[in-house]
Design a protein around this ligand. Structure first.
Ligand SMILES: [Cu+2]
Length: 279
């Protein structure tokens, strides 16, 4: 077995890893930032980019060396060396990734804890998602309701309480970074403090059906004063149907179907016909 120049290979990996890191960090992967969570999350991503660059570099350097150094000689028809494991190597390649993963997990935990810490007086906004639209309720303000657009004041913490009416959707305003799934039957939370005024776009990031790509809403972050004015100008209050839990919604659908006698030719069993005529 020829001697492997570990030191040289390691130094080469470090050098190439450093170059890849610098190149990768030149690009603004996350785009504009408009919430207090953006700073810590972007720094976390930068750390992950650097760690991944070095991991990628180590793998490529050692793989390239092995391919070059240990390739078969012309005319060599013999079997390879009988190798039965290498304890030291296995310990090393288990320990190093374990340390990296524990670091990444611990660091992510700290960042998540930081960005999700709740303040004394957050604004509560209810989010209702369904194929393929977003609507919003303001329980603190007479349960006013808005379709396809919501406003929040700048520099105040907002707790979004999310309810999906049909399938799983996901709430994401790229400039705010935070992303949260909306799951039928449970209410999920996202804690966000917008720190820049402007108009942004809410995007559904969970493939939810044929109209998924069009499932957007307008997000306006503005001064407290403008926000209050907008809120006062809303006419409607949240429709009762949106309060239903997933089970209640299914029961309601069943009841409607029962009362209507089913849909002709749809294959749906028309269990309700008798009941409708007898009632
Ligand atoms: Cu979707």
């Amino acid at each position: 077995m020829p001697k492997v120049p570990y030191l040289k290979l390691t130094l080469a990996s470090l050098a190439i890893g450093a170059v890849i890191s610098v190149l990768m960090l030149q690009y603004d992967w996350m785009g504009d930032a408009a919430s207090t969570a953006a700073g810590p999350i972007d720094t976390l991503l930068d750390w992950m980019i650097v760690l991944s660059s070095f991991t990628f570099s180590v793998v490529c350097v050692f793989l390239a060396y092995a391919l070059y150094r240990f390739r078969v000689k012309p005319g060599d028809e013999g079997d390879g060396l009988p190798i039965h494991g290498n304890t030291r190597l296995e310990v090393i390649w288990t320990l190093i990734p374990t340390v990296i993963v524990l670091f990444a997990g611990g660091y992510s935990w700290i960042v998540l804890d930081e960005v999700e810490s709740k303040e004394a007086d957050p604004l509560i906004v209810n989010v209702y998602s369904q194929q393929f639209a977003w609507t919003f309720g303001y329980p603190g303000e007479g349960n006013k309701w808005s379709e396809g657009e919501f406003h929040v004041p700048v520099d105040r913490q907002v707790v979004f309480k999310m309810n999906a009416q049909d399938v799983i959707h996901s709430f994401w305003v790229p400039e705010w970074r935070i992303k949260q799934d909306n799951v039928p039957g449970i209410t999920t939370d996202a804690v966000i403090t917008p720190d820049r005024e402007g108009t942004f776009q809410l995007v559904c990031t969970e493939l939810c059906g044929a109209g998924h790509a069009t499932m957007r809403a307008t997000v306006v972050v503005e001064s407290e004063q403008k926000f209050n004015k907008w809120l006062k100008g809303l006419d409607d209050t949240v429709p009762e149907g949106l309060y239903l839990t997933a089970d209640q919604a299914i029961d309601l659908q069943k009841q409607i179907q029962k009362n209507s006698g089913g849909i002709d030719g749809s294959g749906i069993e028309q269990t309700g016909r008798k009941n409708v005529t007898s009632s």
